[in-house]
Design a protein around this ligand. Structure first.
Ligand SMILES: *Cc1c(COP(=O)(O)O)cnc(C)c1O
Length: 391
């Protein structure tokens, strides 16, 4: 009998989503910026200390807004890792910006802050730290570089909600930041995101860009007599049904994070011995960083081992995945971006990384998943040693 397959991801529902959606329906306000959107904004502002939080239809949309607010012009350069999701780069490319890819650190797989300064040119406008797996980039160093070179910092905190760096929430440190509520993230609304504005001077224009380039928000607050087209913009806001769903999740954000952290810890302990035997490497979280258990990954010795382990897990009904194809080696990245120096860690780790299922409910499977991994790697190591002995 084949066991029930274990999916890689399974969205968690708190149980109140439909109730709040029914309220939005009863309120009769279904377009954006109704009661539930306001509740989500207030939660985000209280939780991060951001000057302004604005829900968007996705993190991609929030990054696109940030690129407009940063005033990106054709030919402007934006420093970012290559080891990230495509939207980190695309948002700036849409404005004519040029992603400049910098290598990552071997411990956190975040942008290597010691390589950023050398990548700065007179065309550089923005640095985009991506908090991989919800573990913070070295933000003190990055903010200091930005200050000295008069650059903006836009945090891609898609994976970073409820994480902190030196006690400060991710998303509250750069001039702007973007969260994702995609169903594969920790706090979800199917598709969804938010732009956080920490630099007061960008707040008013952000509302305008999000509302099709009109001053509609000012009008609703009675600050202008009628609303009109004043700037470039698009429709970046979600409707109330999405916000109602999201509100149910935000109310439970602490509980969700704690449940995920406990599963993460279960993996970490179950794989302690396997790492001690030199069969894989577990994630490294620096002391200053409190993470949110967005993902559990392991680093294997090679792409061949990874491919074989994915197949082995698949044979046991367990779905594991890898990512990212580094942007600099993808067709889009080659066309629109450029590399800064060699990207050795990016290339190496993107070949070796494997993500394991991490969702609320998988806790009963974690120990057996780790046992399958341990057995597979032990057998592989033995046959490799045997092969060497024969030579
Ligand atoms: C998920 C993700 C995004 C995109 O989020 P969407 O809400 O799907 O647009 C961007 N950057 C990173 C690092 C992500 O993980």
């Amino acid at each position: 009998m084949t066991p029930t397959p274990i999916p890689f991801n399974k969205p968690y529902m708190t149980g109140r989503e439909l109730w709040y959606i029914a309220q939005a329906h009863a309120n009769g306000h279904l377009s954006g910026d109704g009661m539930f959107t306001k509740k989500c904004h207030a939660w985000l502002e209280a939780h991060t200390g951001a000057r302004k939080a604005l829900l968007t239809h996705s993190c991609t949309g929030a990054l696109e807004m940030a690129a407009i607010l940063a005033g990106i012009q054709p030919g402007d350069e934006v420093i970012m890792p290559s080891y990230t999701f495509v939207s980190t780069a695309n948002a700036f490319v849409l404005r004519g910006g040029i992603p400049v890819f910098v290598d990552i650190r071997p411990d956190t797989l975040n942008i290597d802050e010691t390589r950023i300064e050398a990548a700065i040119t007179p065309r550089t406008k923005v640095i985009v730290p991506v908090h991989y797996a919800g573990v913070a980039c070295e933000m003190d160093t990055i903010m200091d570089i930005a200050r000295r070179h008069k650059l903006l910092v836009i945090e891609d905190a898609a994976q970073g909600i409820m994480s902190t760096y030196k006690g400060r929430p991710l998303g509250s440190i750069g001039h702007m930041a973007a969260y994702s509520f995609h169903e594969t993230k920790n706090i979800i609304s199917g598709e969804g995101g938010a732009l956080l504005i920490n630099d007061e001077s960008l707040a008013e224009r952000a509302e305008i860009i999000r509302e099709k380039g009109t001053n509609r928000s000012l009008f609703f607050r009675g600050q202008v007599d009628k609303y009109t087209w004043v700037d470039i913009g698009s429709s970046y806001l979600p409707g109330e049904v999405i916000a109602a769903f999201l509100w149910a999740q935000m109310e439970e954000a602490t509980a969700i994070t704690n449940m995920r952290l406990s599963i993460w810890q279960q993996y970490h302990e179950a794989l302690f011995e396997v790492e001690a035997e030199g069969l894989l490497r577990r994630p490294i979280v620096p002391e200053d960083c409190q993470h949110n258990a967005h993902m559990y990954y392991v680093l294997l010795d090679s792409i061949e081992t990874r491919t074989a382990l994915i197949a082995c897990l698949k044979g046991e009904g367990i779905n594991s995945v890898f990512h990212y194809v580094p942007l600099h080696s993808s067709p889009g990245g080659r066309e629109y971006g450029r590399m800064f120096g060699e990207l050795k860690n990016t290339e190496e780790f993107s070949d070796r990384l494997l993500r394991l299922p991490l969702w609320i409910g998988v806790e009963n499977e974690v120990d057996s998943i780790c046992e399958i991994i341990r057995k597979f790697l032990a057998v592989q190591a033995n046959s490799a040693a045997f092969g060497t002995a024969l030579k």
